[in-house]
Design a protein. Structure first.
Length: 260
């Protein structure tokens, strides 16, 4: 999925064609990037929060966590970094947070593969569509109360950055959750001012339960790409999503206060 300041760009979308970002000269040197990552990691490690005090509100809730792409579909890629690896790492961390809070997290993709299996016969586009359908079916069979689909963003220009959430227009529960997660991404990551947006994508249209797509950052942005492969930054993203989910379950008067 590609966005410029929240506007649509049809370069790529979840379940659509893949944008491959060609290797370009880094805007900053590798040494500076590594220093930024290490500094951010040190701060997060030192100040890593405990589970939010009100995390009990999601106890017993079935939450499907979907790591975008996988297997023959790498998603967006840049300089050897692939979307499918980043989304899988973040999804595993999110599942751990959710389970620790008493939710029943269902990880729809647990390895480097899709849900079609080795015996699928058909073109890559057909395989992708079938894979998406199977993910929705798996969430339905699990009787999921909420569906979180994790992706990275990409654009032909390296200038765009920042995590952003998407939901289907007219779905108020999805909207509430998307806004809550977006607020926490901004608060915890502190590197963007994007807003939750509506979108029309296969997974949003087909899932019968509240669903949010979380684009965790731009793989096409050199600095953000390096952050997204950092274990500590991935943990911050997972915690922000987790915190946003909890916030969305709280009554309005409680959710208006930032979770600590």
């Amino acid at each position: 999925m590609s966005r410029r300041n929240g506007e649509k760009n049809m370069q790529r979308q979840p379940g659509g064609r893949v944008v491959i970002i060609k290797k370009k000269t880094a805007v900053i040197t590798a040494a500076i990037v590594i220093a930024i990552v290490l500094a951010a990691s040190a701060i997060w490690t030192a100040e890593r929060p405990e589970l939010p005090a009100m995390s009990y509100v999601i106890a017993g809730q079935v939450i499907a966590v979907d790591a975008g792409h996988g297997g023959v579909d790498p998603g967006a890629s840049r300089d050897g970094l692939e979307e499918k690896d980043i989304t899988l790492a973040i999804s595993k961390k999110l599942v751990r947070y959710l389970n620790q809070a008493g939710a029943q997290a269902v990880n729809l993709r647990t390895g480097d593969d899709d849900l079609c299996g080795d015996n699928f016969k058909g073109k890559i586009r057909e395989r992708k569509r079938r894979d998406l359908a199977l993910r929705v079916e798996k969430a339905k069979n699990a009787k999921a109360d909420l569906y979180i689909s994790i992706h990275t963003n990409a654009d032909l220009s390296p200038r765009w950055s920042g995590a952003q959430t998407f939901y289907k227009a007219g779905q108020e529960e999805s909207k509430r959750t998307a806004i809550a997660i977006q607020d926490e991404l901004i608060r915890i990551l502190g590197n963007n001012n994007r807003e939750a947006k509506t979108g029309s994508y296969y997974i949003l249209n087909k899932a019968p339960m509240p669903i949010v797509i979380v684009e965790v950052g731009f793989l096409s942005n050199p600095r953000e790409a390096q952050l997204m492969v950092s274990d500590e930054y991935q943990d911050k993203i997972a915690y922000a999503i987790f915190s946003g989910i909890i916030k969305s379950y709280l009554p309005e008067e409680k959710s208006s206060n930032k979770l600590k």
